[in-house]
Design a protein around this ligand. Structure first.
Ligand code: SAM
Ligand code: SF4
Length: 346
């Protein structure tokens, strides 16, 4: 299927680059291609999620046009996420179509974040479309615990996906959400396992997004404590390494591998924020931790020309806030934001 329309956003007159009010250049776009998922991770979704009607979702053609408009405006890194991006029907058509921006040099990196359940099926195709590295979310190496955390997931299937991705030549970074009383006894094993297979590992603090039907305070584990515990077993050496994301990295001397920490709760990483996020319905969120958003679906659908779309994007970026201020409400344990991570993408 050919997705490109005759009015390709990346091909028209050079539009203005995206600079926000704090002089930050917006070069990184995360796109949630579906809110659906084949897992129900306890920190991400409730067991009985109400998903959006399919008619509300942007089509693959619209997603392509929207991403291309951002590429035309200077976005260099595009990450597909979700929900689970690999359960969106036809997602490989979108990846294949977007890969033209890699070929033209408009885009430096096309990547995705996945739970790996469908990776065995798609790893070769992803690599063939120019995807070089991906993030895989995995919180435990214990099959029973994996089932308990994801509610529906099968660790064997995920491991087969990781094997297939490595065989295809994709580089992998493992993302692990630190969950108090759930996987806090496993971080050293996860480090040894990931580094032993040549994969970086990043630990993430659980964020208060969306109603999930359980107390978040029960899950929250500050990474400062985690790091101190890991340092009893491994030698952690400061590292200036950066992927352009919010993770701070150290090198683990004993393994030679990299260990990242993403600490939205204990450390504010907003000053250098270069990213925005789009939901699968075309809503642009200028900050993961704020409610302000812009509807891009209307200008997208209003005209075949991208003029209105570009104007809507410019107007939204001019409102990008300085940062977020997540607070876990200790009295009521209510989420700081009502939307789930699966809506905005991780
Ligand atoms: N389904 C894909 C996956 O799991 O990799 C992509 C979407 S998922 C929403 C992206 C990332 O967000 C995952 O690494 C997941 O662990 C993380 N995540 C989800 N809810 C979170 C929360 N409340 N706090 C911190 N991380 C969260
Ligand atoms: Fe699905 Fe990813 Fe959320 Fe888990 S974290 S429920 S895999 S979207």
């Amino acid at each position: 299927m050919e997705l490109r329309s005759h009015l390709d956003g990346a091909g028209s007159v050079a539009p203005r680059p995206l600079i926000d009010p704090f002089q930050r250049a917006i070069t990184y776009l995360r796109v949630s291609v579906t809110d659906r998922c084949d897992f129900r991770c306890v920190y991400c979704m409730s067991e009985h999620m109400a998903f959006l009607p399919k008619a509300d979702l942007l089509t693959l053609e619209e997603l392509d046009r929207l991403c291309s408009a951002f590429v035309a405006k200077g976005v260099k890194k595009l990450r597909l996420t979700g929900g689970e991006p690999l359960v969106r029907r036809g997602v490989m058509t979108l990846v294949g179509s977007l890969s033209r921006h890699l070929a033209s040099g408009g885009l430096e990196e096309l990547t995705l974040t996945t739970n790996a359940s469908q990776l065995a099926k798609y790893a070769n195709e992803l690599k063939g479309h120019g995807v070089e590295r991906i993030n895989v979310s995995l919180d435990t190496l214990d099959p029973a615990k994996f089932r308990a955390i994801t509610r529906w997931g099968d660790l064997d299937q995920v491991m087969r996906g990781i094997d297939a991705a490595q065989t295809a030549g994709l580089r992998i970074k493992i993302n692990t959400v630190a969950l108090k009383g759930v996987n806090d006894d496993e971080f050293n094993d996860l480090i040894a396992w990931a580094h032993g297979r040549g994969m970086d590992l990043t630990l993430i603090e659980v964020m208060p997004l969306g109603e999930i039907g359980e107390g978040r305070i029960d899950q929250y584990l500050p990474l400062s404590m985690v790091r101190a515990r890991i340092a009893e077993r491994f030698t952690l050496q400061e590292s200036g390494y950066s992927t352009g994301g919010p993770a701070r990295y150290v090198t683990v001397k004993e393994t030679g591998g990299r260990l990242g920490f993403i600490t939205p709760m204990t450390h504010n990483f907003c000053e250098s924020c270069n990213r925005v996020r789009i939901t699968c319905t075309g809503t642009l969120y200028m900050c993961l931790g704020q409610e302000d958003a812009a509807d891009l679906r209307s200008p997208l659908r209003a005209s075949e020309s991208d003029t209105a779309l570009h104007a809507a994007i410019d107007s939204a970026i001019s409102r990008k806030p300085k940062g977020h201020d997540f607070v876990i409400d200790r009295r009521r344990s209510r989420p700081a934001l009502s939307r789930h991570m699966s809506v905005t993408g991780g």
